[in-house]
Design a protein around this ligand. Structure first.
Ligand code: NDP
Length: 323
C-alpha cells in the first residue's frame, strides 16, 4: 500500500511517499481502509519535532481519519467490517490502510461525508472541552475565538453559537473573518488591528471577555490577559506562534484571572468528560446544527504541500488528505 513515511524530523518536505505492507490489526485493534485524514496543527509540529511529546521515527503521520472497517483484531466486538467510522487516536493515517484501537473509534452520523467525519473528532471535542468542560461557558456569555477560520476556530464558533454564547472571532485576513461571520460570529476583528485589545474589551460590554480560547501564544498571550474580564478564564489550547510566552502570576492575582491548560490527548483518558462531550456533540452534528468545515483537500502524494500550506496560514477549515 502507499503511505507517507517520515524518517527524520524537519520541515514538511521530509515526508516521503513509500510502498509499505498493509498493517495487521493486533488484539483490540481494527484496520480501516482510509478514506480521509484530518490534518491537525499537532501533526505539523510532530513532523517538525516540536510537539508536546517526542516523535519517534520512522513513522507515518495521521492521528485523525475516517474510513471503512476492513479487518478486526482479536477480541474486538461492537464494530462491523464494512462500517464507516472515524478514529481519534489511531496511528499512521496517511496511508491506504491504518490501524486504530477499537476504543478510539467514533461512529459517523449518516449525514456526514468521509471528509466531514475526518474533520470532526479533534476539533469538536477540543472546542467542547474548551468552551464547557474547562471553560464553564454559559449561555449569553462572550467568548473570544482566536485563529477563528482554522479547524478548531470554525468548530469553536459553531459550537459556541449552538450553546447560546456570543462570539468575538479573530483571524489574520478579511477573507478568514468573512468565514467566521458566515458561521455566526457576532463580532470579528483582524488579529493585527492596532486597537484590538480595546475593541475586544468594548465588544464584550466594555469590561473585557469572560472566556478566551487561546491558541496563538507568544506575545499574544499577554494580550489575552489584557482582553480578559476580571475573573476571566483563559484556556490555553495551542501555541501556533511557536514563541515562548511570559506569565507573571501576580497579574492573575490582581484581576482574579484563571489560566487553564487543555490537551485533548490527556482529557480523552477522562471517560466521564469524553462521554459528556460525545452526548452534547452527537445530536448537534446529526441534526446539522454544527457542520465540520472541510478545508482544502489534497492527494496523499501532496502531503508535504498540505502541511506547508498550514504553516503558511493559507488554509481555512480542516485540511483533508485523501489516500
Ligand atoms: P488551524 O487549522 O487552525 O491552523 C492554525 C492557525 O493558527 C492558522 O491558520 C493561523 O490562523 C493561526 N496562527 C497564528 N499564528 C500562527 C503562526 N505563527 N504560524 C502558523 N499559524 C498561526 O489548526 P488546528 O485547528 O489544528 O489548531 C489550531 C490551534 O489549536 C493550534 O495551535 C493547535 O496546536 C491547537 N490545538 C490544540 C489541541 C489540544 O488538545 N490542546 C487540539 C486541537 C488544536 P490566522 O492566520 O487566522 O492567524
Amino acid at each position: 500500500m502507499k503511505a507517507i513515511v517520515v524518517e527524520r524530523l524537519g520541515p514538511p518536505d521530509v515526508m516521503q511517499l513509500r510502498e509499505l505492507s498493509v498493517p495487521q490489526p493486533g488484539p483490540g485493534e481494527v484496520r480501516l481502509k482510509v478514506e480521509a485524514v484530518g490534518i491537525n496543527f499537532a501533526d505539523v509540529l510532530a513532523v517538525a519535532g516540536e510537539y508536546l511529546t517526542r516523535t519517534r521515527v520512522p513513522y507515518t503521520p495521521g492521528m485523525e481519519f475516517a474510513g471503512v472497517v476492513d479487518a478486526l483484531g482479536e477480541g474486538v466486538t461492537g464494530v462491523q467490517v464494512g462500517q464507516r467510522v472515524a478514529s481519534l487516536g489511531g496511528r499512521g493515517g496517511l496511508a491506504e490502510y491504518a490501524l486504530s484501537p477499537a476504543a478510539a473509534l467514533i461512529p459517523v452520523p449518516q449525514n456526514l461525508t468521509a471528509a466531514q467525519a475526518a474533520a470532526f473528532p479533534v476539533s469538536y471535542f477540543t472546542a467542547y472541552h474548551g468552551l464547557k468542560t474547562l471553560g464553564h461557558g454559559r449561555e449569553g456569555e462572550w467568548v473570544l475565538v482566536q485563529a477563528a477560520a482554522g479547524a478548531l476556530g470554525t468548530a469553536s464558533i459553531q459550537l459556541a453559537k449552538a450553546l447560546g454564547m456570543n462570539v468575538i472571532a479573530m483571524a489574520s485576513t478579511e477573507e478568514k473573518l468573512q468565514l467566521a461571520r458566515d458561521l455566526g460570529a457576532d463580532v470579528t476583528l483582524l488579529q493585527d488591528d492596532p486597537d484590538r485589545v480595546q475593541k475586544v474589551r468594548d465588544a464584550a460590554g466594555g469590561k473585557g471577555v469572560p472566556l478566551i480560547l487561546e491558541v496563538v501564544g507568544g506575545k499574544r498571550f499577554q494580550e489575552s490577559l489584557d482582553m480578559a474580564a476580571n475573573r476571566g478564564r483563559i484556556i490555553v489550547i495551542g501555541n501556533a506562534s511557536r514563541e515562548q510566552a511570559n506569565l507573571r502570576p501576580v497579574e492573575l492575582m490582581k484581576r482574579n484571572l484563571t489560566v487553564t491548560g487543555l490537551w485533548l490527548t490527556s482529557l480523552m483518558g477522562d471517560q466521564a468528560a469524553t462521554r459528556e462531550a460525545a452526548q452534547a456533540l452527537t445530536p448537534l452534528v446529526a441534526s446539522g446544527q454544527v457542520t465540520p468545515q472541510v478545508g482544502p483537500t489534497y492527494a496523499l502524494a501532496d502531503s508535504p504541500r498540505a502541511f506547508q500550506d498550514m504553516l503558511d496560514r493559507k488554509t481555512t477549515g480542516k485540511v483533508i488528505i485523501e489516500p
